[in-house]
Design a protein around this ligand. Structure first.
Ligand SMILES: NC(=O)c1ccc[n+]([C@@H]2O[C@H](COP(=O)([O-])OP(=O)(O)OC[C@H]3O[C@@H](n4cnc5c(N)ncnc54)[C@H](O)[C@@H]3O)[C@@H](O)[C@H]2O)c1
Length: 293
């Protein structure tokens, strides 16, 4: 299958990687050549790490890279695609714009998929020419490690679209759960609720950032604390999701001040080098000064 991934950021490059590893012919798109290159380099680094840890063979690494190309022109990237997945920022207009542009040149029956964490698939589908082919394919971060993918059904999603989306996910050797379109789906709504409450506790000085995370890791057996997870996801991404859930569910999803402050300061988490923690070479080296105040 020809898969076009739009957006080569934290999620897009990983989605391109797992698709190429499963044998699909993948084109990775972003707004300019530099970002496309950064996405491809991200895939190369993941694969090199996989080879080093003995999780990926040299032959798999080479085959994956041979299946993967980058293209900053969306029309060229999506021409004839069988599956288009967008992983651009969590903004409805942006998602409809890129999927609409791609749909115009993709195969006639192409699946039009969104990696949105929270936005309404039904609204997204309504803004596209053939809503029956629209579906949510929600990967988790990082896509090459996390086994779950939520397949989210818009009101208009055809059964055939659902079946093809589930087949694609299973072909990646991941577990698909099918969920009805509801803000935040099954996963983000709960994940964000925990993350926002942890941030309110930071704002109130209840405990330090590492101690809040340790409490959830060691007391509740979470593999990672909610603030570390927020750094991994991206503070800007979580702010967008919280704003959207607040519109849908009310004040319980109001973004805490510390989140707004950090996003305004450009402290977006691992990807910018600082969020609730300071990051060096992909590792958290300690809490950020502001977070520990
Ligand atoms: N970060 C996570 O943990 C996570 C997990 C699951 C789902 N998501 C969802 O995935 C989507 C992307 O999130 P992310 O964390 O990868 O964001 P990101 O900011 O890391 O990457 C977004 C990329 O989209 C690119 N982009 C912006 N406009 C574009 C356009 N018009 N055409 C092509 N590319 C464009 C940006 O240049 C950037 O490289 C969001 O909808 C988010 O909610 C994120």
């Amino acid at each position: 299958m020809h898969v076009t991934v739009i957006g080569a950021g934290s999620m897009g490059h990983g989605i391109a990687q797992v698709s190429a590893m499963a044998g699909h012919e993948v084109t990775l798109n972003d707004v300019d050549d530099e970002r496309v290159r950064a996405g491809l380099e991200g895939v190369e680094a993941n694969l090199a790490g996989g080879v080093e840890r003995g999780k990926v063979t040299e032959a798999e690494r080479e085959a994956t890279l041979a299946n993967l190309t980058g293209e900053s022109d969306l029309t060229a990237a999506a021409a004839g695609a069988d599956l288009v997945i967008e992983a651009v920022p969590e903004v409805m207009d942006l998602k409809t714009e890129v999927l609409g542009e791609a749909a115009a040149v993709a195969a006639e029956d192409a699946l039009l998929a969104s990696n949105t964490s929270s936005l309404s698939l039904t609204e997204l589908a309504s803004a596209l020419p053939d809503p029956a082919r629209v579906v949510g394919v929600h990967f988790f971060n990082p896509p090459h490690i996390m086994p779950l993918v939520e397949v989210v059904l818009a009101e208009q999603t055809a059964e055939r679209t659902e079946r093809r989306a589930v087949e694609y996910v299973e072909g990646l050797e991941k577990d698909a759960v099918v969920v009805r379109d509801s803000p935040g789906f099954a996963s983000s709504r709960l994940g964000i609720a925990l993350g926002l409450e942890a941030m309110r506790m930071v704002d109130e000085g209840v405990a330090s950032v590492p101690d809040i995370d340790t409490a959830m890791r060691e007391g509740y057996n979470h593999p990672m604390g909610p603030l570390m997870l927020t750094d991994l996801v991206g503070l800007d991404v979580r702010l967008d999701i919280a704003e959207y859930l607040r519109e849908s569910f009310g004040e319980r999803f109001r973004p805490p001040q510390v989140l707004r402050r950090k996003v305004a300061a450009g402290h977006l988490g691992k990807k910018s080098g600082e969020g609730f923690y300071v990051w060096e070479d992909g590792e958290a080296v300690g809490p950020s000064d502001e977070a520990s105040r």
